[in-house]
Structures are given as structure tokens and as C-alpha cells.
Design a protein around this ligand. Structure first.
Ligand code: 9D3
Length: 222
């Protein structure tokens, strides 16, 4: 799978190279292509945004640089083209899994300022996705979130065991985890986890997960 990210702020993506995503790229599990939209503007001053028709605060990203960039990176429209937008459908784990399983390349368009000219969306975008109900300054962090979530499901990125554990714990928060030492500042690791009795350990973990979910995320139990 190839993920192409279109942005006016390509330098924001340098942190990806030092994450699990970066490792997956180095190991050839998928390709990551960060593209500067500005390269595609036909404006002689390299302008990519302008004032909104009808007035209002802020700037709007122009359709031309976005359209030319998308046509250049995905000329046959073989990729799924996603615009990260506060107006999009909320990202869910279900959507993440379906995008990963579908296996099509992704083109992720990051907006900035007040948004992008609606014609760029109407002509070039398949789907709009938001990552949640809070206001960010642009689509760059959401694009990294989406890429990170999808890449976990590509072959060889995570151990199959992690993904199996995840599917068994569906809709419950995770039980508390401990590692060495047995005692830290007067707090000790629960006895049952050191007992070697795996039936008891499973029982304890299920009980903890259920109690934690009731307390923190009762909505998940409905
Ligand atoms: C004045 C109305 N604002 C919408 C709430 C304008 C606006 C705010 C923030 C337009 C764009 C942005 C930048 N945010 C994103 O591009 C974005 C986003 C977000 O802010 N929250 C959650 N998911 C996403 S995906 C893209």
C-alpha cells in the first residue's frame, strides 16, 4: 500500500520517520509519499490560498494546486482520495480496518486555514474524515493519525498476537499492566499476576477491564 499525503506543511511529517510508521517504511511494508501542494501551483508567486468569496475570516486553499497535485500523484484514480476535514464522518476503528483490508493506496489531503475550495472536494475527493469533535489548525495531525491507524493492520507491521488480543478485548478498556520490579515506591504488582495460574490471571484481567470500562467509558457497555 502507498499512502500519499498532500500538504502545505510537509516538514510537519518528519516525526513519522522515527515511529513504528517509519520503521514499517524502512522495512518496505508500505510506502509513504509526502507531497508539497505548493509545487503544483500555477501562480507565479506560488500562492495556494486566497480570500473567500462572500467575505469572512481567514483564507481558503485554492482548487487549482490541489487538483493538479491529486492528478499528478493519482492519474488513474486508483487510490482512495480522502480529505481530512472537520465536516467529515468521524474516524472509527471499523473504518480503519476496512481501509486496511481494502488495500487500495490512499491519498490524504490536508486542509489548512478555513478549508479548501469546495470545487476541489467535489471534483477530486471520494470521502471526508474527521478524527473527532475538537478544533485543530489543520488536517496534518489527522492525516498522521489515520496513516498510523491503518499501517498497524498491514502485513508484518504488528505481531499477529497483538491484533488477536485486541479483537478479544473488543469494546472493553484494557486491564492494568505491570512489569518489573515487583515493588515500586511501596506499590506491589498484584499477587495473581505472579502466580503463573493463567486461568486466574485471565479472570482477574477480565474483571479489571470490566470495572474500568464501567467507571471510565460506560457508553462502551451499551
Ligand atoms: C469556523 C469553523 N471551523 C470549523 C470547526 C473552521 C475550521 C476549523 C479548523 C476549519 C478547519 C480547521 C482545521 N481542522 C482540520 O483541518 C481538521 C480537523 C479538526 O480540526 N478536528 C478533527 N478532525 C479534523 S480533520 C481536519
Amino acid at each position: 500500500m502507498k499512502i500519499t499525503i498532500l500538504t502545505l506543511f510537509p516538514e510537519m511529517f518528519s516525526s513519522l520517520s522515527s515511529s513504528i510508521v517509519g520503521r514499517a517504511v524502512k522495512e518496505g511494508k508500505f510506502q509513504l509519499n509526502i507531497v508539497d501542494i505548493r509545487v503544483y501551483t500555477e501562480d507565479k508567486h506560488l500562492k495556494c490560498d486566497d480570500y473567500p468569496f462572500g467575505g469572512g475570516a481567514g483564507m481558503v486553499m485554492m482548487a487549482q494546486p490541489i487538483g493538479s497535485a491529486i492528478e499528478a500523484v493519482d492519474p488513474d484514480h486508483s487510490a482512495r482520495r480522502i480529505y481530512l476535514s472537520p465536516k467529515g464522518r468521524r474516524l472509527t476503528q471499523e473504518r480503519v480496518i476496512s481501509l486496511a483490508e481494502e488495500g487500495r493506496d490512499l491519498v490524504l489531503l490536508c486542509g489548512h486555514y478555513e478549508g479548501v475550495d469546495q470545487r476541489a472536494i467535489d471534483l477530486f475527493i471520494d470521502e471526508e474524515i474527521s478524527i473527532g469533535d475538537y478544533v485543530l489548525t489543520g488536517g496534518e495531525l489527522p492525516a498522521m493519525v489515520l496513516a498510523d491507524c491503518v499501517v498497524r493492520y498491514l502485513d508484518g507491521v504488528l505481531s499477529p498476537a497483538s491484533l488477536v488480543d485486541e479483537s478479544f478485548s473488543e469494546n472493553l478498556l484494557e486491564y492494568p499492566q505491570y512489569t518489573r520490579p515487583v515493588e515500586y515506591r511501596g506499590l506491589t504488582v498484584p499477587e495473581v499476576l505472579r502466580s503463573g495460574n493463567h486461568a486466574e490471571i485471565d479472570k482477574w484481567r477480565r474483571k479489571q477491564a470490566l470495572a474500568l470500562t464501567k467507571k471510565m467509558r460506560p457508553d462502551l457497555l451499551e
